[in-house]
Write a protein that binds this ligand. Structure first.
Ligand code: UT7
Length: 341
């Protein structure tokens, strides 16, 4: 198996692996037929333009921390660990239970992760990717042993169900990923690229609710506490940027797209997923696609995609995997893994 490029040596003192993934989606679903009754849309349009057939939606009393705890418990169970075995909890979300305390604190308490530290990370759809590379640095440096990275979003709370161009896209869910030191130096995180470009911030945002435009009757009336996006711009940027960072990452580590076993892309639109695979010259079935069942769950898309190929036995130890995402900010990145379990 080819080894990774030189960048691994300077960046990673200890190799870091993903040792478990656990996901949770709420049982209630919102189908395209349901959406036809809410906005002026058609099942055929949604399937043809996005690939989405249904999404999971949290009940009113369920918040991001609740789904995060469920996902985290599945990870702890897989590894036979207690909450107190976790050193760091990073919750990657744009829908925290509240602005503060952080959702990480709420999750830490409910998991009984006594002595852990943690924080919320806001990078929208790239959040979990950034959480993984952030957590990996803590382990690589020798500072921590177990970092729990949770990508979770209750998008249904910030989606405008009067805006047909956005409400069909999003769903709710959570995924927890455990990072630990890798005993085998060949397995784990090989390299990554992350970059942000604030010049495209207006293309995808929630304009009010922060210090610039605090909540007021006017912001509520103007529906400024919901996701607003220029879908076409985001679509074009996503395809171009995801393909760019994937190629850069694959090539600088001495691989070709043919060497990659699975492409785990942020799940925003089925057409984005297939366009990126095609730009890389990869067969469509190497680009994992779970958008039909979950829609865009923002922080949870990467773990949900990984879970699918783990559960059906496709993703195996030693496989070369590229994770890649683009999101509001704009945020983008990709990471290269030799799968460790
Ligand atoms: O994680 C990042 C989050 N966001 C994204 O990744 C979004 C990326 N963008 C997209 O996925 C696509 O741009 C959309 C799915 C949002 C829109 O698809 P599109 O093919 O780019 O459609 P469009 O915006 O070019 O609109 C084409 C037509 C418009 O009608 P007119 O102006 O041509 O008459 C829209 O009003 O489709 C209309 N349209 C719809 N029609 C039926 C937009 N949404 C809907 C809908 N049902 N739900």
């Amino acid at each position: 198996m080819p080894t990774a490029g030189p960048s691994q040596n300077s960046r990673h003192v200890r190799r870091v692996k993903i040792s478990a993934i656990g996901c949770y989606v709420p049982p209630k679903t919102l189908t395209n037929a349901d959406l036809e009754k809410i906005v002026d849309t058609k099942e055929e349009w949604i399937v043809a333009r996005t690939g989405i057939r249904t999404r999971h939606i949290a009940d009113d009393e369920v918040a991001t921390s609740d789904m995060s705890v469920e996902a985290a418990k599945r990870v702890l169970e897989q590894r036979g660990l207690e909450g107190s075995d976790i050193d760091t909890v990073i919750v990657c979300t744009v829908t925290p239970d509240m602005m503060f305390p952080s959702t990480a604190c709420l999750v830490q308490d409910r998991l009984g992760a006594k002595g852990a530290w943690g924080f919320d990370l806001i990078a929208a759809c790239s959040g979990t990717l950034y959480g993984l590379t952030t957590g990996a640095q803590m382990i690589a440096s020798g500072a921590q042993e177990r970092v729990l990275v949770i990508g979770a979003d209750t998008m249904s709370r910030i989606v405008d169900y009067q805006d047909r161009a956005t409400c069909v896209l999003f769903g709710d869910g959570a995924g927890a990923i455990l990072l630990e030191p890798s005993e085998d130096p060949q397995l784990g995180l090989l390299d990554y690229i992350n970059e942000i470009d604030g010049s495209g911030g207006d293309w995808l945002c929630m304009p009010a609710g922060g210090s610039r435009r605090p909540a007021s009757p006017e912001t509520v009336e103007k529906r400024m506490h919901y996701v607003q996006q220029d879908g076409r711009q985001v679509f074009k940027y996503a395809v171009r940027k995801m393909a760019d960072v994937c190629v850069q990452l694959i090539e600088r580590n001495g691989f070709t797209p043919e060497d990659v076993d699975y492409l785990l892309l942020h799940q925003a639109n089925g057409r984005i997923i297939s366009a990126v695979a095609s730009k890389l010259g990869m067969p469509a079935d190497k680009a994992v696609n779970v958008i039909g069942e979950f829609g865009n769950t923002t922080g949870a898309t990467l773990p949900l995609a990984a879970q699918k190929v783990l559960d059906n036995g496709q993703l195996k130890k030693g496989d070369l995997v590229v994770m890649c995402a683009v999101g509001a900010g704009l945020t983008a990145g990709a990471s290269l893994w030799r799968w460790a379990y």
